[in-house]
Design a protein around this ligand. Structure first.
Ligand SMILES: *[C@@H]1O[C@H](CO)[C@@H](O)[C@H](O)[C@H]1NC(C)=O
Ligand SMILES: *[C@@H]1O[C@H](CO)[C@@H](O)[C@H](O)[C@H]1NC(C)=O
Ligand SMILES: *[C@@H]1O[C@H](CO)[C@@H](O)[C@H](O)[C@H]1NC(C)=O
Ligand SMILES: *[C@@H]1O[C@H](CO)[C@@H](O)[C@H](O)[C@H]1NC(C)=O
Ligand SMILES: *[C@@H]1O[C@H](CO)[C@@H](O)[C@H](O)[C@H]1NC(C)=O
Ligand SMILES: *[C@@H]1O[C@H](CO)[C@@H](O)[C@H](O)[C@H]1NC(C)=O
Ligand SMILES: *[C@@H]1O[C@H](CO)[C@@H](O)[C@H](O)[C@H]1NC(C)=O
Ligand SMILES: *[C@@H]1O[C@H](CO)[C@@H](O)[C@H](O)[C@H]1NC(C)=O
Ligand SMILES: *[C@@H]1O[C@H](CO)[C@@H](O)[C@H](O)[C@H]1NC(C)=O
Ligand SMILES: *[C@@H]1O[C@H](CO)[C@@H](O)[C@H](O)[C@H]1NC(C)=O
Length: 661
């Protein structure tokens, strides 16, 4: 294939891989932000994760009101959500790709993955990650595999529309997850296979509990059971009551002492909300029947599917035509509306509800949508609306090289010596969501229905102890002329709400920016970026840029400009800004390698911070710019347990510094 020929040439010339800096392969040249689909896109035959398709942004809506007011008050605001955790938005990693994303085995772990998780931990205190998906249903825990790998796929045995291969895995996968949690505070969800509910394979629950201990926070009981009939996994008469019967079978099967704890970690019904409604399950008495066993209730949903393009199933959807439907506030609301009754109902049952698997579209997402800046804005608005609507968390799905929607993608295995990771828009959503909610576990979210409910300018207030601390503003419009830049006037307290004027003297603002909703890669969050395809080691690069805006305290107003397009996070108080997620970040020396010839010792004198709140204030600790190594104090840990961290070494740039809490 033409796209790989360049690599053969470079390797063939004997240029050592560590000296090669190839960020773009033929056909994947840098893309213009607002241009039409680049010439190479139409004939592109490479992996979906690097598809160069760039769509056209939708036209500027007309009329469009770009100036509006927000009146906030301290205490007593009606309609705020239940208290939320900063780890609200986590990730769902398809089980069959866990060995590409997490590491090769328990002793060879991917440094970029650790850095990506550490960024979020720094802001939220922890990260919730599920390893599962369709592949969990037929997964088999085995002692070992013939070639020593921790996962083996049987591609020929694929049995449903997403072509998920049956797989076997070894306890090493669980050890790898446990080892990751010793570096970064990642908490894990797993799933009990439900393909055969007369002979449950409980290995993953039993060994998972033994190895992961407190880091195991939930076990799915079935994945999308409402689609079992459609996919030929159950007889056509199968319904919610049959599912409940299977859960009773499971509890019987889990009655041994080794299951005492994990019997209370169950998560159901995990319906895709395709062929059943949540109420169909609630009305069986599901939550009352299993109340003691349910750690959470959960649903899964994608707003659309691209199964035609990927597998020839369903109806063709043209990404250019579909794109605008992602770029307004109704996109998230249309997913969530069908669950509003459920989030109210589960509150009456003292349960919390998760959106367990979601992303822009099932069957891999859409080229040009799922990997665009628009998807980052969509992800933020959707997730903030989930929080406002009393969900308690959401997990964005991560697939392999063959999907468009990945929050992060490791390079193809045979390119890992010269390519780095590709960070997608949804990762920016997760990072910023962590920062928006913070680590207190007590933030409450309110959709302000601002600008008379204008769907292009959704705006949220975030409360702590009843008082507004941050404001999140989305501008979905792309308009390089500047005419659609917002000017949002925020007032806190004042005569409008019968309170003392409480507008701060100044506020700080961080922006998520790109030239267009169509742009791929190089988005900036407060001036820092994860770059374009194959360009990230999981740390933000560049100098942080925070905007300070002076407010008019006499007239009780702070005026916040928000470019078209952008997301803005306004910090109303110094505490809201400098609030630390908990433990300080530390780094430690380690050895990084992908191939023995690339083995280097990582310079310990690097502290990767200036991320999150802790790095912003007076104790700015160091630079994260590529290649810039600043002396930094701080704790340094040696790496025990014989763990090797896997990272790319490119030229003189030493990568693989790890942020540790
Ligand atoms: C991202 O920015 C880098 C550095 O400026 C540049 O080399 C690259 O072409 C850009 N990539 C995209 C996809 O715009
Ligand atoms: C796609 O390939 C065909 C045949 O090689 C060529 O004629 C056409 O110009 C290519 N299209 C684009 C957009 O590159
Ligand atoms: C882990 O993977 C590395 C790299 O492939 C290999 O050298 C090592 O032997 C593996 N460790 C185990 C315990 O299989
Ligand atoms: C369930 O999956 C296992 C492992 O893939 C397989 O051996 C078994 O035949 C399946 N059982 C049913 C009833 O489909
Ligand atoms: C809300 O859910 C409950 C529990 O399933 C159900 O009894 C009720 O009918 C639902 N209400 C609406 C309006 O759907
Ligand atoms: C979320 O729950 C709170 C507390 O029960 C309630 O006041 C609020 O109306 C709910 N929000 C939505 C959108 O259902
Ligand atoms: C990497 O593997 C793919 C799939 O097996 C193959 O097509 C490609 O040529 C390989 N590339 C390199 C640089 O070895
Ligand atoms: C937030 O909640 C999690 C459990 O969900 C807990 O582990 C953590 O300690 C809490 N953080 C704070 C600051 O209370
Ligand atoms: C910092 O961000 C602001 C707001 O986007 C921008 O106007 C300014 O040019 C940026 N400064 C630097 C040094 O990038
Ligand atoms: C990583 O996992 C292995 C088991 O495969 C274990 O021997 C080792 O101690 C673990 N390392 C750490 C740092 O937990």
């Amino acid at each position: 294939m033409r796209t790989f020929r360049l690599f053969y040439v470079l390797l063939g010339l004997g240029i050592p891989a560590k000296g090669v800096t190839v960020y773009y392969i033929q056909g994947q040249e840098p893309l213009t932000a607002t241009g039409t689909a680049s010439a190479g896109a139409a004939n592109y035959t490479g992996a979906a994760a690097y598809n160069p398709t760039v769509l056209n942004p939708p036209p500027v809506p007309s009329p469009f009101n770009s100036q509006f007011n927000i009146q906030l008050q301290n205490g007593g605001t009606p309609g705020v959500s239940i208290p939320q955790e900063g780890s609200f938005l986590g990730f769902s990693i398809e089980m069959s790709v866990a060995n590409q994303v997490l590491g090769k085995n328990a002793s060879v772990i991917q440094v970029p993955f650790l850095n990506l998780m550490a960024n979020i931990q720094q802001r939220a205190g922890r990260v919730n990650v599920r390893v599962g998906g369709n592949t969990q249903e037929t997964a088999v825990l085995v002692d070992s595999t013939p070639d020593g790998r921790i996962l083996e796929k049987d591609i020929s045995g694929s049995s449903n529309p997403t072509q998920t291969p049956p797989l076997v895995f070894t306890p090493e996968l669980l050890y790898m997850m446990r080892n990751i949690s010793s570096f970064v505070n990642v908490r894990w969800f797993l799933g009990i296979p439900f393909n055969d509910t007369t002979n449950f394979r409980l290995g993953i629950a039993e060994v998972g509990q033994q190895i992961l201990g407190d880091y195991l926070i939930g076990l799915q009981i079935g994945n999308e059971p409402d689609l079992y009939v459609r996919h030929g996994h159950r007889p056509s008469t199968y319904g919610p009551n049959d599912y409940v019967g299977e859960v009773y079978n499971l509890l019987n099967a889990m009655s041994g002492p080794e299951n005492a704890i994990n019997r209370n970690l169950l998560i159901g019904p995990n319906i895709a909300t395709g062929d059943w409604k949540p109420e169909d399950v609630w009305n069986t008495g599901f939550i009352d029947d299993f109340s003691a066993n349910l750690a959470y209730v959960a649903v899964e949903n994608y707003p659309a599917d691209n199964c035609f393009a990927q597998f020839g199933l369903g109806t063709y959807q043209d990404p250019q035509v579909v794109f605008p439907s992602y770029l307004n506030h109704n996109a998230g609301k249309n997913i969530i509306n069908k669950y509003l009754n459920s989030t109210a109902y589960v509150q009456t049952k003292n349960k919390r509800m998760l959106m367990f698997e979601t992303n822009t579209a099932s069957c891999g997402g859409f080229a040009g949508i799922s990997d665009s800046f628009g998807a980052a804005l969509w992800g933020l608005d959707y997730t903030l609306e989930l929080a406002h609507s009393n969900f308690s968390g959401a997990l964005m799905h991560v697939g392999g090289q063959n999907v468009f929607y990945n929050p992060f993608t490791s390079p193809p295995t045979n390119q890992s010596t010269f390519h780095q990771w590709t960070i997608g828009p949804i990762y920016y959503s997760a990072l910023i969501m962590a920062e928006t909610l913070g680590a207190s576990n007590g933030t409450q979210v309110l959709d302000l229905n601002a600008n008379d409910g204008n769907i292009y300018t959704p705006t949220y207030a975030i409360y702590e102890n009843g008082n507004p601390v941050r404001v999140a503003i989305v501008n979905f419009v792309t308009d390089p002329s500047g005419a659609s830049d917002l000017l949002v006037s925020i007032a806190v307290g004042g005569s409008n709400v019968g309170q003392a004027n409480a507008t701060p003297a100044q506020v700080k603002v961080k922006y998520l920016l790109a030239d267009s909703v169509s742009q791929k890669g190089n988005f900036t969050w407060a001036g820092q970026t994860f770059g374009g395809i194959f360009q990230s080691d999981g740390r933000l690069q560049g100098t942080e840029n925070i905007t300070t805006i002076t407010c008019d305290q006499t007239n009780n107003v702070c005026q916040i400009p928000v470019p078209a397009p952008a997301f803005a996070l306004v910090f109303l108080t110094d505490d809201a800004f400098t609030e630390n997620s908990g433990a300080p970040s530390t780094t430690f020396p380690t050895t990084a390698q992908t191939k023995t010839r690339n083995t280097v010792t990582i310079d310990p004198a690097v502290l990767a911070t200036s991320n999150g709140h802790s790095g912003m204030g007076k104790d700015k600790l160091g630079s994260t710019s590529a290649g810039s190594i600043s002396a930094a104090s701080g704790l340094r840990h040696s790496l025990g347990g014989g763990v090797t961290l896997m990272a790319l070494v490119s030229g003189a740039l030493v990568i693989g510094r790890l942020i540790l809490r």
